[in-house]
Design a protein around this ligand. Structure first.
Ligand SMILES: O=C(O)C(=O)C[C@H](O)[C@@H](O)CO
Length: 265
C-alpha cells in the first residue's frame, strides 16, 4: 500500500514543524531537510524552480527524516501530472478560491474514472519505474492535497473548499491574504488574523488540518496555539539573508542595507 508519512503525521498528537525552501538547490535542500524538521516546502511558485530542480530536491530530501511538500506554480493539471510522476506525494496548491477549483485540482491528481491524471507510470519515479505493480490502483492513497487559502474570495468560500472530497488540508498564505485584504506586508493585521481564524474554524468543522508559514516565532507560536497542525517556522532564504547581513555588519560592512526586508519568511 502506498503511504504518505506527512499526511499520517498530521493525524498525530504533535504539530508538524517545517521549513520553506526557496534556494532551489538540492545541496541546501538536503542540508536543511536533515536539520530535524518534520517537513520542508519545495517552492515552485516564488523560488526559481523547474521540474528538474524540484526532482533533484526530492531526491536529496529522500534521504532525510523530513517529508517534502511541493508547491507548484499553479494548480494546472499538466504541471500536477508532471510533479506526481517525478514522485511528489504532497502538493500545496496556491490560490485556490472556489469549490470548483478545488474539485479540478483533486481531479488532476486522480487517474480515470475518478479524475484526469494521465497515465505515465512506466516512465515515472513515482511508481518506481513500474516496479510497484499496484501503483495505478493505489497511487491516490499516497497523496496529500493541500489547498492554499490566501485571498478574500477564498475565505468567503472556505467552507466549501474545506469540505471538498480529496482536499486533505488547508494552508493559510498570510502574505497574499494580507495583500488581498488590503493590508499588504501586514500579516499581523487584526483583519488578516480574523480571516485566519475563519479558515481554522472551517477546517476544524470538517476535521481537516490547517497549516501556515509564520514570519517569526511569535506568529508561529500563535498559529500553533490557534490549532494549526503544520507550521513552517522560517525559510532557507530568510535564514541565509539575515545571517550574512548580520555577519557583514559585525565587521563594518553592508551599512547600505538598512534591514533585511519586512517579510522575513
Ligand atoms: O502568502 C503566503 O504567505 C504564502 O503563500 C507563502 C509565501 O508565498 C512564501 O513564499 C513566503 O513569502
Amino acid at each position: 500500500m502506498v503511504t504518505n508519512r506527512f499526511k499520517d503525521r498530521l493525524g498525530s498528537a504533535d504539530a508538524q514543524i517545517g521549513l520553506w525552501l526557496g534556494l532551489a538547490n538540492p545541496y541546501t535542500a538536503e542540508l536543511c531537510a536533515s536539520a530535524g524538521f518534520d517537513w520542508v516546502v519545495v517552492d515552485g511558485e516564488h523560488a526559481p524552480n523547474d521540474l528538474r530542480s524540484i526532482l533533484a530536491q526530492l531526491q536529496a530530501i529522500a534521504g532525510t527524516s523530513a517529508e517534502p511538500v511541493v508547491r507548484p506554480l499553479s494548480g494546472d493539471a499538466n504541471l500536477i501530472k508532471q510533479l506526481l510522476d517525478i514522485g511528489t506525494q504532497t502538493l500545496l496548491i496556491p490560490m485556490v478560491e472556489t469549490e470548483d477549483h478545488a474539485r479540478q485540482v483533486v481531479a488532476a491528481t486522480r487517474y480515470p474514472p475518478a479524475g484526469i491524471r494521465g497515465v505515465g507510470s512506466a516512465l515515472a519515479r513515482a511508481s518506481g519505474w513500474n516496479r510497484q505493480p499496484a501503483y495505478l490502483e493505489t497511487a491516490m492513497h499516497g497523496l496529500c492535497i493541500i489547498a492554499q487559502i490566501e485571498t478574500a474570495a477564498a475565505v468567503q468560500n472556505v467552507q466549501e473548499i474545506a469540505a471538498t472530497d480529496g482536499i486533505d488540508a488547508l494552508f493559510v498564505g498570510l502574505s497574499d491574504l494580507a495583500a488581498s485584504l488590503g493590508h499588504l506586508g501586514k500579516p499581523d493585521h487584526p483583519t488578516v488574523q480574523s480571516a485566519f481564524e475563519t479558515v481554522v474554524a472551517a477546517a476544524n468543522e470538517v476535521g481537516k488540518p490547517v497549516g501556515t508559514l509564520a514570519a517569526n516565532e511569535v506568529i508561529a507560536r500563535r498559529a500553533l496555539n490557534a490549532g494549526c497542525r503544520f507550521v513552517s517556522v522560517g525559510s532557507d532564504v530568510g535564514l541565509l539573508a539575515k545571517a550574512t547581513t548580520s555577519l557583514a555588519r559585525a565587521f563594518g560592512r553592508s551599512e547600505q542595507v538598512s534591514s533585511v526586508g519586512t517579510s522575513i519568511y
